[in-house]
Write a protein that binds this ligand. Structure first.
Ligand SMILES: N[C@@H](CCC(=O)N[C@@H](CS(=O)(=O)O)C(=O)NCC(=O)O)C(=O)O
Length: 225
């Protein structure tokens, strides 16, 4: 059976956990704190990041969550889609515009995650060590990304799913970043700024695979910043 190295707050790992659940693929969840010296990520991923999907041989590892077709070696979501194509989490190649849009949405979501992770750890530093310009720069990227998501969702005019009225990678990526954003930046007013996006996200969170993978905080033992 496969093993997924994950972390309770991880928006990147949550995409994979939802995809595995949607495809009905059994796996062992190995929950870690990637910032602690006890993490096993470095045994499988030179970037020392999770999620990492470890295959049945216990050695072969797929890492980097996002979907990037034709990037060698395959990333987790691409690998899953290739090996377990049903149910498809991307629009078919016969509808290439929708397919490319779904991937573009994931790229924006991962970019928001990357900026927010940097801002989150900057927030952990003492005030005298924090770089406000650095924080402002990362939050500007995240705010720009969230605004793009809100525009796309508003253009879908209240549809349950963003693309083709069926669950795709775009919905999974958006819910994963917004779930993590709400957990780590509860004070941010994005839900009142973007009512349509908040309603769309709350609708997605009622789906079983989303409800079962909701992010929760982790406590790190080692100091990181
Ligand atoms: N681009 C990577 C990002 C993964 C990532 O940043 N994971 C974090 C954990 S979390 O932020 O998702 O909770 C990590 O392992 N960080 C450890 C490190 O950066 O050393 C992906 O998409 O998988």
């Amino acid at each position: 059976m496969w093993t997924l190295i994950s972390a309770t707050p991880s928006p990147y790992a949550r995409k994979v956990r939802i995809a595995l659940a949607e495809k009905g693929i059994p796996f062992t969840l190995q929950t870690e704190v990637p910032w602690d010296s006890t993490t096993k990520t470095k045994l499988y991923n030179p970037l020392e990041k999770l999620p990492v999907l470890i295959l049945d041989d216990g050695k072969t590892a797929i890492y980097e969550s996002h979907y990037r077709q034709y990037v060698q070696p395959g990333t987790v979501m691409e690998w899953l889609e290739a090996k377990h194509p049903e149910p498809a989490l991307l629009p078919p190649a016969t509808n290439m515009d929708d397919r490319l849009f779904a991937k573009q949405v994931e790229v924006v979501c991962d970019g928001i995650c990357d900026a927010l992770v940097l801002a989150f750890f900057e927030k952990q530093r003492g005030p005298e060590k924090q770089s406000q310009p650095w924080m402002a720069r990362q939050m500007r990227k995240a705010d720009g990304g969230i605004q793009a998501l809100a525009t796309w969702v508003d253009n879908a005019q209240g549809a349950e799913y963003l693309i083709g009225n069926q669950l795709t990678l775009a919905d999974i990526a958006i819910a994963s970043v917004l779930g993590w954003f709400s957990l780590r930046f509860p004070e941010h007013p994005w839900q009142s700024q973007y009512i349509g996006l908040a309603m769309y996200w709350k609708g997605l969170e009622t789906r079983k695979s989303f409800a079962e993978t909701r992010p929760s905080p982790q406590t790190t033992k080692d100091s990181i910043v």
